[in-house]
Design a protein around this ligand. Structure first.
Ligand code: ZN
Length: 172
């Protein structure tokens, strides 16, 4: 799921999924090869779903709660068309996709997200607060309070910006 969200780089301006060929390649690489050729509507579906996942991981900003709610609402709606089944085993219960290709990949991500909510790890999946970044990262910090993908890059950048703003305010 993290891989899927990070298949684009807003800063670098590239997006692996923005062509049918790119999307097909990504799906094949991640165990969900598409049986039929993909089209532009599949590209749009994948990207809309990806950005809803990213929204569902929003943190930090004042409106992060609203962004998360918007992302979740989209995913809840999308899940109606994504076939998942319950696989019970000695290890526990897993939600697994029934379909192949793009629907299978999207369903698998919802299954993983549901599992993450069940064991509490979903709260640590976050979209970097830096607007230009929004990379989805797993917060490894002890108290789960990270807001940026890396303190060195995005955290420092954001702190510098706040510092410059303060300077401007105090001098103005
Ligand atoms: Zn970042």
């Amino acid at each position: 799921m993290q891989d899927f969200c990070n298949s684009t780089d807003f800063e670098g301006g590239w997006d692996v999924l923005d062509t049918p060929e790119g999307l097909a390649g990504w799906l094949a690489d991640h165990g969900h090869p598409a049986a039929a050729p993909l089209g532009q509507s599949d590209v749009e579906r994948a990207i809309t779903f990806r950005e809803a996942l990213r929204d569902a991981c929003a943190v930090g900003a004042e409106d992060a709660g609203e962004t998360r709610a918007r992302g979740r609402a989209y995913l809840n709606e999308a899940s109606r068309d994504l076939p998942l089944h319950v696989n019970l085993s000695e290890e526990g219960a897993a939600l697994e996709p029934v379909a192949d290709g793009l629907p299978g990949a999207l369903a698998a991500m919802l299954g993983a997200l549901a599992a993450g909510h069940a064991d509490g790890t979903a709260a640590r999946l976050k979209a970097c607060e830096a607007h230009s970044c929004r990379w989805v990262f797993y917060d490894q910090s002890r108290n789960g309070s990270s807001r940026w993908c890396t303190m060195r890059l995005c955290g420092a950048r954001s702190k510098n910006r706040a510092y410059r703003m303060r300077l401007r305010e105090s001098s103005g």
